[in-house]
Design a protein around this ligand. Structure first.
Ligand SMILES: [Zn+2]
Ligand SMILES: [Zn+2]
Length: 359
C-alpha cells in the first residue's frame, strides 16, 4: 500500500492516506473562537448549565473552568496534556492560550490555540434578593410577662450576627436585613428561612425559652400555583432567671414535685434545672412543662440570718423580719452548718427556706 498523497509506502494507512498525511489535517482538540462565562458581579458566582453555583470563586478560576468546559478532545488522542494560560485581560475579555500535546497512532504531536473568554457580568438571583431587602423569616425575641434586659438584647444581637456570619459560607441568604427594636422585644429580619431557623436555635441554646412558628402567606406564584410564605418565629424567654424562686405546680413525668418550692440553678436550650429547697435535690424541668412553673420571688429578695440551734433532725434560725426562732427539718446538705453560722434564706408563702450554696 502506498499513500495517494505523498507516495509513502512505510507508514500505516488511515482513512485512505498515510499516518503523517492524516495528521496534517488532524487536530487534537476543538475549541470555539469565542467563549462566554456568566458571573455575578457581586459574589462572583457563575452560571453554568442552568444553575448558579460556587460563590466567591476568583475570576481566573471562572475563566479556566469555562475553557475546560469548551474544549473537546478528539477521542483518537492518547496521553493528552493540556495547558491553559490567560495571556491578558482586555476589559471583561480574557485572551487565552492553549497548548495541547498528545499521541495519535503512536506519534506525539503538539498544537497551540488561542481563544477569548468573555465574562458576562450580571447579578445573580441571591444578590438581587439581598439588594432588594428580601427576607423569608422574622425572628421575634420576646420575654414572658416582662421586657428583655439590656444584657439579653446585647447578647442576642451579637449571637444573631455571629451565627449568620458562620452560615453565610453555605447559604448566601444568611444575612440580616434589619433589626427592629420594639418596646416588646427585638425583630430580626433574616434572608432565608433555613438560616432563620438555625439562628433561633442558637438563641434558644443560649437563653432557653419556647419557640413558636407562624407562617403567613405573602403571595402566590402564578405559574406554579405555589404559595410564597414568610415565617415569623418567636422565641419567648422565661419570666425568671438563674437564682429566682419558683413553685412547681405540676409535672408531666410524675406529680412528686407538685407544689415544691425550688431555686433555678441553670437554664439552657434543653431544660430548666432547679434545686428543691426542702431536700436540696436537683429537679430537671423540660420546656414543655414551662407553663406549670410559677415565679414566686426574684433572687435579689433573699435575706441573711443566723443559725441559733441544731439537733439531729431540726435546725433553728431567726426569722430575719421579726427575729422569732423558726425550726426547720434538716437535710443531708445542712449537716455541715453550725450554730452561729450565717445563712441565706428566702421567705415564700410564709415559710422560710435555707438556701443551698450555688454559684
Ligand atoms: Zn502521505
Ligand atoms: Zn451574586
Amino acid at each position: 500500500m502506498f499513500c495517494p498523497e505523498c507516495g509513502n509506502t512505510d507508514l500505516p494507512i488511515i482513512e485512505g492516506v498515510c499516518r503523517d498525511c492524516f495528521l496534517k489535517k488532524f487536530s487534537i482538540l476543538k475549541i470555539p473562537k469565542k467563549i462566554e462565562a456568566t458571573i455575578c458581579s457581586h459574589c462572583n458566582s457563575k452560571f453554568e448549565e442552568g444553575k448558579w453555583e460556587d460563590s466567591h470563586i476568583p475570576e481566573e478560576e471562572v475563566i479556566y473552568r469555562a475553557l475546560e468546559r469548551a474544549i473537546a478532545i478528539d477521542p483518537l488522542v492518547e496521553n493528552e496534556e493540556i495547558e491553559l494560560e490567560i495571556l491578558q485581560m482586555r476589559g471583561t475579555i480574557a485572551e487565552c492560550y492553549i497548548e495541547a500535546t498528545g499521541t495519535v497512532f503512536g506519534k506525539t504531536i503538539k498544537e497551540e490555540f488561542e481563544t477569548d473568554v468573555r465574562l458576562q457580568k450580571t447579578v445573580c438571583p441571591s444578590c438581587s434578593k439581598i439588594n432588594s431587602g428580601y427576607y423569608e423569616a422574622v425572628i421575634q425575641l420576646r420575654a414572658d410577662t416582662r421586657e428583655l434586659t439590656t444584657n439579653e438584647i446585647a447578647k442576642s444581637d451579637t449571637l444573631v450576627k455571629k451565627t449568620l456570619n458562620k452560615l453565610s459560607k453555605k447559604d448566601k441568604l444568611a444575612y440580616l436585613v434589619q433589626i427592629a427594636k420594639l418596646k416588646e422585644g427585638n425583630d430580626y429580619y433574616i434572608g432565608s428561612y433555613k438560616s432563620g431557623k438555625k439562628v433561633v436555635e442558637a438563641l434558644k441554646e443560649e437563653f432557653g425559652g419556647i419557640i413558636k412558628e407562624s407562617p403567613r402567606l405573602i403571595s402566590q406564584d402564578k405559574s406554579t400555583g405555589k404559595g410564597l410564605y414568610r415565617i415569623w418565629i418567636s422565641l419567648r424567654l422565661p419570666e425568671f432567671e438563674k437564682g429566682d424562686f419558683i413553685k412547681i405546680k405540676s409535672s408531666n413525668k410524675n406529680n412528686s414535685n407538685l407544689n415544691k418550692i425550688a431555686q433555678i440553678i441553670a437554664i439552657d436550650g434543653k431544660r430548666i434545672l432547679a434545686i428543691d429547697l426542702d431536700t436540696f435535690k436537683n429537679i430537671s424541668i423540660s420546656w414543655k412543662d414551662y407553663e406549670t412553673l410559677e415565679l414566686m420571688k426574684k433572687y435579689n429578695l433573699k435575706e441573711k440570718t443566723t443559725i441559733t440551734s441544731k439537733s439531729p433532725n431540726k435546725i433553728q434560725i431567726l426569722d430575719p423580719d421579726d427575729y422569732t426562732p423558726v425550726d426547720l427539718d434538716i437535710n443531708e446538705n445542712m449537716k455541715d452548718l453550725n450554730i452561729g453560722d450565717e445563712v441565706e434564706v428566702i421567705k415564700i408563702e410564709n415559710s422560710l427556706y435555707i438556701l443551698p450554696k450555688i454559684v
